[in-house]
Design a protein around this ligand. Sequence first.
Ligand code: DAK
Length: 257
Amino acid sequence: MTYEYILIQTEQKVGLVQFNRPRALNALNREMVSETVAALESFDRDPGVGCMVITGSERAFAAGADIKQMAQATPVDMLDNPFIDYWDRLRRLNKPVIAAVSGFCLGGGCELAMACDMIIASESAQFGQPEINLGVIPGAGGTQRLTRAVGKALAMEMVLNDRRLSADEAARFGLVNRVVPTESYLAEAMKFAAQIAARAPVAIRLAKEAINAVYEMPLQAGLAYERRLFYMLFATEDQKEGMDAFVNKRPANWQGK
Ligand code: DAK
């Protein structure tokens, strides 16, 4: 498969998608988002991939959805816009997805990063939901995921008054996992992803599923759900292998079975 707006590669069981619209600061046009989701789905099906990374450039992860593409849209155009379906498909990926963010991470770009499972930020990353400047509000999860991540007070400021977060602030408020030097942010994210990709694949998949279920379920239902997934792992060869390896003081050899 060849792509026009993204670059892809696989390294140490990590599938990498890199946005490639640098002159438009990786503004997310429909085609780029569609290609991104198709590439991630293909990595998700590939047994040689255990974790995925999405990134942009050092200057911009993504400066939002493509304003030029939607400037003249009617409500029905927006309703028909497949943009939001892509986000739902992202949510259905089984393997973990890490956003490696540098520079501008705004609007739909911030919403995309928040739809990933983890975020590694470069020191120069800047997070924001500036849609209010365009006379609209976030439409791909910004009011919901941001509020869950940073709390109501700060989310209100960010969405109502275009308050931007520096990388350090984003780490302090729990939006990102960690901040790393700008010159090595992608290498750091790839290294982190490779560590996850080297772990027991079925357990990784169910761990991601259980944590994401927190947003969908009351506590008792979540605890019961977690327990069922936990019991299910005792049907895997990897559980026998992992525990045998521990008992016999040797490294485990995961098969994803
Ligand atoms: N869209 C299109 N082009 C963009 C863009 C964007 N979001 N952001 C930047 N560009 C383009 C600029 O137009 C410029 O192109 P040329 O004029 O050179 O052709 C080029 O990138 C460089 O940008 P600047 O010249 O502006 O660069 P600066 O360094 O001066 O400023 C900036 C960088 C990131 C501060 C600035 O470009 C900026 O404010 N950009 C817009 C940020 C923004 O408002 N983002 C939110 C977009 S709205 C949906 C759900 C959600 C959404 C859509 C649909 N559905 C449910 C269907 C999401 C909406 C959004 O994200």
